[in-house]
Design a protein around this ligand. Structure first.
Ligand code: DX5
Ligand code: ZN
Length: 223
């Protein structure tokens, strides 16, 4: 048994007035899931969208796997509404809620969603490792959360490598600055769930880009 390579495009830098069309195009071009970046203007200095928009998107896209990346100060506040909106996986940052992580994760599972735990580049791995038994996925941010199109932080790769060595079957996601130039580092370190925003959205050939990212990661898993 081993983990599987999956590509989850981030629609943050797509034309959001065409959210449905852009999402459908990504799925038709081979995306394995959609990574939906939710920001509250407090945890990060940017605002995007919330559960009402996710619910509308779900009403038009019935069968794709939706991950919401909750860059919010109070992740416990949006569990029920995101579950109601049809979210499959609720990935939240642990930094604002360090002493409530297991409780929040339990509520997410009770609401019928998978649990993802995210850490910012400045957060030690230690803070998240003890919560792995109650989580389905760990997200290692490879940029400061808040904006698409930033430069990939190679110095986060030791976290991914350590996790993979110690948890061979854990879903490990990377997010931020991942594209054709940086995917090899992520694959080599052991990430298997790959978020990629601008690199896919701006690609001349979306299908080829998604396929190349996935095969690079799957080859590293199979090696
Ligand atoms: C950043 C978001 C990312 C971002 C990825 O805060 O969490 O998902 O949109 O975009 P790129 O791949 O352009 O860094
Ligand atoms: Zn994200």
């Amino acid at each position: 048994m081993s983990v599987k390579a999956k590509i989850g495009p981030s629609i943050l830098n797509a034309d959001l007035s065409q959210l449905f069309e852009e999402s459908e195009k990504l799925l038709n071009n081979g995306a394995d899931y959609l990574h939906l970046d939710v920001m509250d203007g407090t945890f990060v200095p940017n605002l995007t969208f919330g559960h009402p928009v996710v619910k509308c998107l779900r009403s038009k896209i019935k069968d794709a796997f939706f991950e919401t990346h909750m860059m919010v100060q109070r992740p416990q506040q949006w569990i029920e509404s995101m579950a109601d909106a049809g979210v499959d996986q609720y990935t939240y940052h642990i930094e604002p809620v360090l002493d409530q992580v297991d409780e929040i994760s339990r509520k997410i599972r009770e609401a019928g969603m998978k649990v993802g735990l995210a850490i910012k580049p400045g957060t030690d791995l230690e803070a998240v490792v003890k919560h792995i038994p109650n989580a389905d996925m760990i997200l290692i941010m490879t940029v400061e959360p808040g904006f698409g199109g930033q430069k990939f932080m190679t110095n986060q790769m030791p976290k991914v490598k350590w996790l993979r060595e110690n948890y061979p079957l854990l879903d490990i996601e990377v997010d931020g600055g991942v594209g054709q130039e940086t995917i090899h580092q992520c694959a080599k370190a052991g990430a298997n769930m790959i978020v990629s925003g601008t690199a896919i959205i701006n690609a001349d050939n979306q299908r080829e880009t998604i396929s190349l990212l996935r095969s690079t990661v799957q080859d590293a898993i199979d090696a």
